[in-house]
Design a protein around this ligand. Sequence first.
Ligand SMILES: *Cc1c(COP(=O)(O)O)cnc(C)c1O
Length: 377
Amino acid sequence: MKDIRMVDLSGQYEKIKPEVDAALAEVINSTAFINGPAVKNFQANLEKYLGVKHVIPCANGTDALQVSLMALGLKPGDEVITTTFTFIATAEVIALLNLTPVLVDVEIDSFNISIDAIRKAITPKTKAIIPVHLFGQSAPMDEIMELAREFNIAVVEDACQSIGAGYTGKDGIYRKTGAIGHMGCTSFFPSKNLGAYGDGGAVFTQDDELAEKLRMIVNHGMKVRYYHDEIGVNSRLDSMQAAILDIKLRHLDEYANARRKAADFYDNAFRDCSKLITPYRYEKSDHVFHQYTLLAKGFDRAKLIEHLNNKGVPAMIYYPVPLHQQKAYLDPRYKDGDFPNSEYLSKNVFSLPMHTELDNEQLKHITDSVLEFINAL
Ligand SMILES: *Cc1c(COP(=O)(O)O)cnc(C)c1O
């Protein structure tokens, strides 16, 4: 049996090696390392794939979130609502821009932001909501967009874990996550579902005005060279990463299917196990399983993880501490117990290996190892 890893990028590379190597050689020979044709091609192909009018490439997912908030022209003290059960980058950019992060709880089943909690958190100062499509499954976008319209709030989707996942709205239209809100952000970090061989990110929008602003902001606030109309940043996707991403984009749906197949295997193996809660699948959304995250019911997950590690099976905890309990984000507005679902999840979730290269032998070894521990409880 091949070694089991949380993410297997080398197995995936082997299958596309000739294409990738040729594309990299082409970029090197062209010396168009920055803003070369590879970036424009990838941008156009991603726009087509997502069904979105504008893709603005940038340096990473965190920058994508930051420049999105910058494009909204918010003022210090403006409030941005997001979930406390996410990766730190989501709240980091709010704080860095001197905006006020307003944290809310998640649903216990889907791990995604709670609509009731958003509604309760809205004040006259609320200017934006950042829903996170956690672990690869869309947040309830119909309800979020309705709230946004009712209170005139911008929606910036954090689609860093969900590229390729879709959501069928009440209008019956299927849209890709990141292309539903006013802006959507993604990351091309190597382990993400569409991963580069280095850093990368992008913002998506259907809005021409926001797109123009975003293109200026990622380029030092300039439209005409050396004339700076806005305070911007330097945030670029380099041509080599774009060339790799353009090739991997052609395989993205096939990659999502491979992940779903692994998830189905896990679901089936654990179906009758009362000690494990398998990932909830929202009816309107096709989960792309950035992570396969389970809930441990009534046992110590650390002991299970130790058992798995002894069997050559890695496992991880995403995320062990919700944002309101992180040292850097401690805030007198929040205390332990304020977000019971997120606090419960952070103590009881664990994630099994999930990537495009898992074979049945590996999956069987993983599920057998989990069940061996559970059955001995
Ligand atoms: C990965 C990730 C980010 C940040 O992306 P980087 O490219 O690493 O900056 C932001 N939000 C979420 C939910 C993520 O998973």
